[in-house]
Design a binder for this molecule. Structure first.
Ligand SMILES: C=C(O[C@@H]1C=C(C(=O)O)C=C[C@H]1O)C(=O)O
Length: 279
């Protein structure tokens, strides 16, 4: 039997699954590629992966080609700590400013555009760049959007003179909803032809998150010496990030898609089509 080609986000937001893969054998029999979200987005759209977590907006842009894996997503209800706008000006004062977007993200680019437009009436000029963490906001820009571990670090290490905004909380203020940042998608052809491999991936990912969360302390200790965070910071972050995908999460995701569509960021609002697996 071949192996499923599975993507894995190498951010702390997936630490419980990383721990299960690396320390507890949950990756056995799988061909795993660990990378930042935009690399995985690109890999699965170009058929280099069978199943992968992707920026949630990527499903909307390619829904004819993919199904969503049930029961798993990356979300937070309000503050997320790792989707952060760092700005030289208060958010209310942003107008046609130049804003830099991290090249690691796709969903939060859209999320920021929605929030700045709908809540603040701002229409900035956006530029995607690789961010130098020693100089988060370039000279010629007003603000920078960070995600993942970079954002978490910036959130815990404020620099004087800059303003910090948690865009998960800005979304919550705008809509009253949680925000689904990533979903696991499956190539439809793969789902059709390899139901057994898909079932294995589903079991490993869902049980891997549950196992790693149960062993949160060991999971944090595995990375503590290699990351610029305290145990307490990581412990708190792993309570903020959620990995479920209930009906309520799906409704929140659809609201995000509707707003993204209104702003011409996607060309249609997709149905949320879940893959069939034994749960
Ligand atoms: C909350 C996060 O979730 C994510 C945000 C993504 C995006 O903005 O495209 C993609 C995958 C997730 O890693 C984060 O990375 O901080």
């Amino acid at each position: 039997m071949g192996k499923a080609k599975l993507g894995h986000i190498n951010f702390i937001n997936c630490l419980p699954l990383t721990y299960s893969f690396e320390k507890e054998g949950f990756g056995k029999g799988l061909n795993i590629t660990s990378a930042v979200p935009t690399v995985l987005n690109n890999d699965i759209v170009n058929n280099r992966l069978d199943v992968s977590p992707v920026s949630s907006i990527v499903y909307a842009r390619n829904s004819e080609k993919f199904l969503i894996m049930p029961d798993v997503a990356i979300s937070a209800d309000g503050n997320v700590q790792s989707i952060i706008l760092v700005s030289k000006k208060p958010i209310e004062e942003l107008t046609n400013d130049k804003i830099i977007l991290t090249a690691k993200s796709a969903t939060s680019h859209c999320l920021l555009k929605i929030v700045l437009n709908k809540a603040y009436g701002a229409r900035p000029n956006y530029y995607i760049r690789i961010i130098d963490m020693n100089r988060i906001i370039p000279e010629d820009a007003t603000a920078t959007l960070l995600i993942g571990d970079d954002a978490l670090y910036a959130n815990h290490n404020h620099q004087e003179g800059f303003y910090y905004y948690d865009i998960g909380m800005e979304w919550k203020k705008l809509t009253g909803l949680r925000m689904v940042y990533a979903v696991w998608i499956i190539n439809r052809n793969f789902a059709k032809s390899h139901a057994d491999l898909l079932q294995l991936v589903f079991d490993r990912v869902t049980k891997g998150f549950a196992n790693g969360y149960q062993k949160k302390k060991q999971a944090i200790e595995m990375i503590l010496n290699h990351k610029p965070f305290s145990f307490a910071q990581l412990d708190e972050y792993l309570e903020v990030i959620k990995w479920g995908f209930s009906q309520e999460h799906q409704r929140a995701l659809l609201m995000f898609y509707e707003m993204a569509h209104e702003m011409n960021l996607i060309d249609h609002v997709p149905k949320i089509e879940l893959a069939e697996v034994i749960r």
